[in-house]
Design a protein around this ligand. Structure first.
Ligand SMILES: Nc1ncnc2c1ncn2[C@@H]1O[C@H](COP(=O)(O)OP(=O)(O)OP(=O)(O)O)[C@@H](O)[C@H]1O
Ligand SMILES: [Mg+2]
Length: 249
């Protein structure tokens, strides 16, 4: 050991801080850090549709744990510290900005529907959208004026959020394409450290992204679950394989 890593065996889960649909967040012995546990449950349509499969949590944990250090290396600060087990990771505790940040490369999902576009319609530049994180309200679409006026974040913070979200997009889009996957859109969450720094939190996984096979157009993400397409487990496993496999060239 050349650097000050706390050995895994010294890390203990503290009190359960929050249980969401896909993860549990625990306190740890360090107040500046949380332990996130990825669950096997899957939900869609604001938790009206529920399911679960063995290995889902481990797959999403592994994909996020693989991607976040790469994003860090690309200059994007993240909450990720280290993977602790199949389903757990150690993260920096943040105050989550209560806005889901959606980045779209290609029209799909709710965006395509509300605008009467065919899914797969190209966008001439990426679109960043914001939704208020409220299950009770169904995560309504908001603009940055609303977020500022309701003190969810300052204008400066939202400018940084948008910049980081586009930097994530600029890193991930070619990363996935090299692995035979089109990154159609994805959802991010950002948080603030006690010193006010905005960092990327939460997860990046087939739960939070649309991935289409670059050759066949086949969906390799949570839409297989949402739309009852079958083969959900296989799609998640294949995404983990592609994310972690070495790329030649
Ligand atoms: N580093 C972090 N510090 C504090 N909270 C975090 C951090 N990373 C993620 N979270 C929060 O932990 C929760 C993760 O749980 P999960 O993904 O299951 O939530 P969810 O069911 O999607 O619900 P929510 O609408 O609250 O996101 C989310 O509320 C997320 O905002
Ligand atoms: Mg979530």
């Amino acid at each position: 050991m050349t650097h000050a890593h706390i050995p895994h065996t010294h890390i203990h889960r503290g009190e359960l801080k929050y249980e969401g649909k896909a993860k549990r967040v625990y306190a740890s012995s360090n107040p500046a850090e949380y332990i996130v546990e990825y669950k096997d449950e899957a939900t869609a349509f604001n938790a009206q549709k529920r399911g679960e499969w063995a290995g889902k949590g481990a797959t999403n944990n592994a994909i996020t744990a693989h991607l976040y250090p790469k994003l860090e290396a690309a200059g994007i600060p993240t909450h990720f510290i280290e993977k602790l087990s199949d389903t757990e990771q150690r993260v920096k505790a943040v105050t989550i900005i209560p806005v889901e940040v959606i980045v779209r490369n290609v029209a799909a999902g709710s965006f395509a529907k509300k605008l009467g576009l065919e899914e797969g319609t190209a966008l001439s530049r990426p679109v960043v959208e914001y939704c208020y994180k409220s299950d009770a309200l169904g995560d309504p679409l908001v603009n940055t004026d609303t977020a500022i006026a309701l003190d969810w974040a300052t204008e400066t913070e939202l400018t940084r959020v948008r910049e980081l979200a586009l930097n994530v997009r600029d890193f991930l889009t070619p990363f996935f394409l090299e692995r035979g996957v089109k990154l159609i859109d994805f959802k991010l969450e950002f948080g603030k450290l006690p010193d006010g720094t905005v960092i990327l939190a939460d997860e990046i996984s087939p739960d939070t992204c649309r991935f289409w096979d670059a050759e066949t157009g086949e969906k390799m993400d949570k839409d297989r679950f949402r739309r009852d397409l079958g083969g959900v487990e296989d799609a998640y496993a294949e995404m983990l394989r592609r994310v972690t496999a070495p790329v030649d060239g």
